[in-house]
Design a protein around this ligand. Structure first.
Ligand code: LRH
Length: 480
């Protein structure tokens, strides 16, 4: 073999992908070898329905994708250097004696409300924030764990593994907690990047269930013989820690050659913010609900979760179930001509769970004294307009709260293909928007693996220069 393939397993809230990457000193190329649906399931649990991830379907999708990638590598006479897994944050599997017990919950399951109350009764948010720097979102692992604790769901549990860590464990037999994703739990001290024993113990959570941490670039282990066989590899392959929080990987792949940029990692959620060297833990920052998540190479992802494409996808799902399916591309084109669209609060907590989205959006518009959208194109325009408005406010706040200034905005991920959203964001912020890469997360994943394999060297800026030299970007100038 004369070239090496790096395989990214990238799990998103709506689909999973296995992507084969090749990296040189000035290029990164990705090829999707498989894509599979991530369809959550809701099941009755005695007193309430509960929303879960269909985790075994996802794992099967990953294994089948790895098998395809390995076959393609062999056919091209290329060796597989390593595998890296990333996914959405906050969720986890519970294990005892190495066995997964129970099905991981979906962060949109409503049991978290009880968890928030339980946590804050023991430790007010201000005290949590001083340690973990995490914005208050009911989906945070810490609140889920408190709900589990109250429900007796941690009895007999000796280890919890976040989704990528769980996959890494099933692939290698080694249990580790990768730092960038661990920072979404609320149990990490963001200044030391270690688990916060005082915080965990004050909440009455068992400290011993938290695995040893690993940082992006470290090798976790190599494929178990059974997995090596299952995917048809000639020999075992190393599994490497990447920015296993999808947002951390996406931020690595921002194609910027300077440092004064804001980013929007746009998928199911929009993660809007800045990269900083140190966390901002002020009261003003906490009140504005900004988060300090751990980034690759000791960076801080200072950002805010905005509801994102979830609003659009829920509306599309609703229209489909009603027997009036819509095509997003034509809807977006139609939305370009809608004027006077309502602007509503996209971050309203009622928009978080799955449910009747158009009705909820209509209620938000009504509440704000705005016209209520009636056609699908009006809903789409209103969503996109409101997202762009939220981005503008949050980017401005992020700069003020951290004492930074920015001269451009990078949009990476699926939403970078949404021209209307990109243009409206440029208009609302008065800053140029640079859109792409679409597969930013997989790209960041692959680049950290490439550095770990010694194919490239250097800091995150070096990795970004590679992205910028090898991807097609679209620039949107602000229009008034
Ligand atoms: C985006 C994301 C986000 C988290 C949420 C759970 O996919 O990882 O950064 O807050 O999902």
């Amino acid at each position: 073999p004369n070239e090496a393939m790096l395989i990214a397993v990238d799990l998103g809230a709506t689909s999973g992908r296995v992507i084969a990457g090749t990296v040189t000193a000035n290029s990164v190329e990705l090829r999707q070898t498989s894509r599979f649906a991530n369809a959550p399931v809701t099941i009755w649990e005695g007193t309430t329905p509960a929303r879960h991830w269909s985790i075994l379907d996802l794992y099967r999708g990953a294994i089948e994708g790895l098998r395809t990638a390995v076959r393609e590598a062999a056919a091209a006479n290329v060796s597989v250097a390593s595998i890296g897994v990333d996914s959405w944050g906050v969720d986890y599997g519970r294990l005892s004696n190495g066995r997964m017990r129970d099905i991981p919950y979906h962060y949109r399951d409503e049991r978290t409300t009880a968890g928030v109350a339980a946590a804050h009764a023991l430790m007010p948010h201000a005290e949590l924030y001083a340690i973990n720097g995490l914005q208050h979102l009911p989906i945070n692992t810490v609140y889920q764990l408190m709900a589990d604790l109250e429900a007796g769901n941690l009895e007999g549990i000796d280890s919890i593994l976040q989704i990528p860590d769980l996959f890494n464990y099933w692939l290698t037999g080694v249990q580790r907690a990768e730092t960038t994703n661990a920072s979404t739990t609320g149990l990490l001290d963001i200044r030391t990047r270690e688990w916060s024993r005082p915080l965990v113990e004050r909440l009455g959570l068992p400290f011993g269930m938290l695995p040893q941490l690993s940082t992006p670039g470290e090798t976790i282990g190599s494929l178990l013989p059974s997995v090596t066989d299952e995917i048809g590899a000639a020999s075992s392959v190393p599994v490497v820690s990447v920015g296993s929080h999808d947002t951390a990987s996406a931020v690595v792949a921002i194609p910027s050659t300077s440092h004064d940029f804001a980013y929007i990692s746009s998928g199911t959620w929009s993660l809007v913010g800045l990269e900083l060297d140190a966390p901002v833990l002020t009261e003003a920052s906490r009140k504005a609900n900004f988060t300090n998540e751990a980034g690759v190479d000791n960076t801080v992802r200072y950002l805010k979760n905005v509801m994102g494409m979830w609003l659009l996808s829920e509306c599309l799902g609703e229209w489909e179930r009603a027997g009036t399916p819509q095509d997003l591309v034509s809807l977006l084109r139609e939305a370009e001509t809608v004027s006077g669209a309502a602007v509503f609060d996209v971050d309203h907590p009622e928009l978080l769970p799955a449910g009747p989205m158009t009705r909820r959006i209509a209620a938000r518009c009504d509440e704000a004294g705005q016209p209520i959208p009636s056609t699908p194109a009006e809903f789409v325009r209103s969503i996109v307009e409101s997202l762009a408005a939220a981005y503008a406010v949050h980017i401005n706040d992020a700069c003020e709260l951290s004492g930074s200034s920015v001269s451009s905005i990078h949009i990476v991920g699926g939403g970078s293909q949404n021209a209307l959203l990109c243009q409206l964001t440029a208009n609302q912020t008065g800053l140029p928007v640079i859109a792409g890469p679409v597969e930013g997360t997989a790209m960041g994943n692959v680049l950290v693996q490439a550095r770990s394999a010694g194919i490239v060297s250097g800091d995150v800026e070096t990795l970004r220069a590679i992205v910028s030299a090898s991807t097609q970007l679209t620039r949107y100038e602000p229009q008034r």
